[in-house]
Ligand binder design. Structure first.
Ligand SMILES: NC(=[NH2+])NCCC[C@H](N)C(=O)O
Ligand SMILES: [Mn+2]
Ligand SMILES: [Mn+2]
Length: 319
């Protein structure tokens, strides 16, 4: 049986000690090439996510990390084709520290991106606090490229390979522990996976539900099958990492790498609700909202959906 670090005292959340959401924003865009994604988290804050969670009777703490740019090195040449590696490393190390501190205190951790390279930090932090956790990754992309497989060199396409310990030995990232086993990871929403990533998924036997599977089985069955795989006894803490590009671009248009044919509004929310319903959720990342892309209406829609997914993770729609 999996063991738990924190004995929950919050009804409906088995591992959470305080009915407190530690909301961490990271205004960071260094894992990819488009400006604006660093503004995503603050837009969710300005849209009222903290007040909304308070209304749901969660106490909140908030860390805006507005000085994260001071971690940018003066010089940051590519390493093995990876872009801005030192900047990504120093920021994600900070992410890991903040996430693990909050998780160890028994708070529910909400991390607002920023680009998805931040998940090198969120996964490291969650698994530091809960070594027997599992990771549910909602995305159009697999984000499991290694330095040798990435075509773009963008680190938001690589976070999983680092936490799985398959990225190779790069001294700048030596702080990252191999914390994620292939059988503790499951994907939902995939539809734009690089050929080399497909090979990695196959070689490591990583379970993935693409949009094809969502169409075939329906989202209810897909979430059940995903949980049966990573959490068969329903006793492990769950970390949800939600890239808003998993949603169809008609639902979440303001994101850097949109791919058509994504999750509907309800399918996205269903995932968050179903995970909240397990009572095992301990952390949720909402990543890749880019308010600099598309028009005002599109930005509003994307920010609004980011807030409502977050609220669902914290139980808003549970009866
Ligand atoms: N977090 C994301 N939006 N990732 C997109 C990754 C796209 C592509 N697979 C790459 O490695 O560059
Ligand atoms: Mn993506
Ligand atoms: Mn992603």
């Amino acid at each position: 049986m999996a063991s738990s670090q924190v004995i929950g005292t919050v009804p409906g959340y088995k591992f959470i000690k305080n009915r407190r959401a530690a909301v961490l924003a990271f205004p960071f865009n260094g894992g990819q090439g488009r400006e604006g994604v660093e503004l995503g988290g603050m837009h969710l804050i300005e849209h009222g996510i903290l007040e909304q969670l308070k209304e749901m009777e969660w106490e909140t703490s908030f860390e805006p990390n507005e000085n994260i740019d001071t971690l940018r090195p003066n010089s940051d040449p590519d390493i093995e084709g990876l872009k801005k590696p030192r900047f990504v490393s120093s920021v994600t190390k900070k992410v890991a520290e903040q996430v693990s501190t909050a998780a160890k205190a028994g708070d529910f951790v909400v991390t607002l991106g920023g680009d998805h390279s931040l998940a090198m930090g969120t996964v490291s932090g969650v698994f530091e606090a809960y070594p027997d956790a599992c990771l549910i990754w909602i995305d159009a992309h697999a984000d499991i490229n290694t330095p040798s497989t990435t075509d773009s060199g963008n680190m938001h396409g690589c976070p999983i390979s680092f936490v799985m310990g398959i990225a190779g030995d790069i001294p700048e990232f030596a702080w990252i522990k191999k914390c994620l086993l292939p059988e503790r990871l499951v994907y939902i929403g995939l539809r734009d996976v690089d050929p080399a990533e497909k090979k990695i998924l196959k070689d490591y036997g990583i379970k993935a539900f693409s949009m094809h599977h969502v169409d075939k089985y329906g989202i209810g069955k897909v979430v059940d099958m995903a949980l049966d795989h990573v959490n068969p006894n329903r006793d492990r803490p769950i970390h949800l990492s939600f890239d808003v590009d998993a949603l169809d671009p008609s639902v979440a248009p303001s994101t850097g790498t949109p791919v058509r044919g994504g999750l509907t509004f309800r399918e996205g929310h269903y995932i968050c609700e179903a995970l909240a319903e397990t009572g095992l959720l301990v952390a949720a990342d909402i990543m890749e909202v880019n308010p600099a892309l598309e028009d005002e209406q599109a930005v509003f829609q994307t920010v609004q959906v980011g807030c409502s997914l977050t609220r669902c993770c914290l139980g808003e729609t549970l009866l």
